[in-house]
Design a protein around this ligand. Structure first.
Ligand SMILES: Nc1ncnc2c1ncn2[C@@H]1O[C@H](COP(=O)(O)OP(=O)(O)O)[C@@H](O)[C@H]1O
Ligand SMILES: [Mg+2]
Length: 240
C-alpha cells in the first residue's frame, strides 16, 4: 500500500495480571489507507479495543511499531502523544460521555475551548459541527432531551472539533437500536466520503461489516482475515 495513514508492524500487547500474562495482541500487521472506512470485527476479548487504543495513542504496545502519517508514535513522549491525540484523532465511544448539564452546542463548544478556540468563533463553529451531523435544530437541547442516536451524533460533532484526519470509534452503536444506530453510521459514512476522514470502527456486530470498505477480523489477538468489499452496502440496508 502506498503511504498508509496507519501502519501497525508486529504489534503485541501483554497485560500482566498477577501471576499470569494476558496476551491481548499477538503480532498484528495492518495498513490503513487515507480515506478508508475499516471495520475491525471480532468477538469480545479478541483485542479490538486494545488495537484501537494503540492507534489512538491512548496506550503503548509491548513490542512492535505504530506508524501514523510516517511517524512512529510509539517513540513519542507524553507531551507529543497528547499533541498527537489532540491534533490527529477523533474518538467516539460506546457511551457518549456528554456533560449532562450542558446543551448539545455547549458540549461541542467545551471541546473547542479545550483546543484553544477564540470565544467569538466557538458558537458559530459548534453550530456548524452540529449541522454536519444533522442536529442543527437541536443545539439547545440537553443530552437528556435527545435520543441515544442523537446523543451519539453530538459526541461525533464534538470529536470533530479538531478536524481530525483519523476517527476511531469503539462500538459506537453498541448501545443503540437499529434505527438510531443507522443514523450514527450514516453520519460516519458521509464524513468519510465527503471530508475524506479515515475511519476505523470497532464492533462485535457482524451486521455492520457490509458497509465497510475493508473488514479486518480479529480472533484471540491475531488477524484472522482481511476482506475488501468492492461495493460497500448502503447503511440503510443494514439490519441487526
Ligand atoms: N487493562 C487491561 N488489563 C488486563 N487485561 C486486559 C486489559 N485490557 C484488556 N485486557 C484483556 O485483553 C484482551 C483483549 O481485550 P480488548 O482489546 O478489550 O478486547 P475487545 O475490545 O475485542 O473485547 C482480553 O482478554 C482482555 O481481558
Ligand atoms: Mg472492546
Amino acid at each position: 500500500m502506498d503511504d498508509p495513514v496507519i501502519r501497525l508492524e508486529s504489534v503485541t500487547k501483554d497485560y500482566p495480571m498477577g501471576e499470569v500474562i494476558v496476551h491481548a495482541l499477538r503480532g498484528i500487521d495492518l495498513e490503513i489507507a487515507a480515506g478508508e472506512f475499516v471495520v475491525l470485527l471480532g468477538p469480545s476479548g479478541s483485542g479490538k479495543t486494545t488495537t484501537l487504543n494503540l492507534m489512538g495513542g491512548l496506550d503503548r504496545p509491548t513490542s512492535g511499531r505504530v506508524i501514523v502519517q510516517r511517524e512512529d508514535i510509539t517513540r513519542y513522549g507524553g507531551k507529543e502523544m497528547t499533541r498527537y491525540r489532540r491534533e490527529k484523532v477523533g474518538f467516539v465511544f460506546q457511551f457518549f460521555n456528554l456533560i449532562p448539564t450542558l446543551t448539545a452546542r455547549e458540549n461541542v463548544e467545551f471541546a473547542l475551548a479545550l483546543l484553544g478556540s477564540k470565544t467569538g468563533d466557538m458558537e458559530k463553529r459548534a453550530q456548524e459541527l452540529l449541522e454536519m451531523v444533522g442536529l442543527g435544530d437541536r443545539a439547545d437541547h440537553f443530552p437528556s432531551q435527545l435520543s441515544g442516536g442523537e446523543q451519539q451524533r453530538v459526541a461525533i460533532a464534538r470529536s470533530l472539533a479538531n478536524h481530525p484526519p483519523l476517527m476511531l470509534c469503539d462500538e459506537p452503536t453498541g448501545n443503540l437500536d437499529v434505527e438510531t444506530g443507522r443514523s450514527v453510521l450514516q453520519v460516519m459514512r458521509d464524513l468519510n466520503r465527503q471530508e475524506g476522514t479515515t475511519i476505523v470502527l470497532v464492533t462485535h456486530n457482524t451486521s455492520i461489516a457490509p458497509m465497510a470498505d475493508r473488514v479486518v477480523r480479529l480472533h484471540s489477538g491475531t488477524i484472522r482475515e482481511i476482506a475488501t468489499n468492492p461495493q460497500p452496502a448502503p447503511v440503510s440496508s443494514l439490519e441487526w
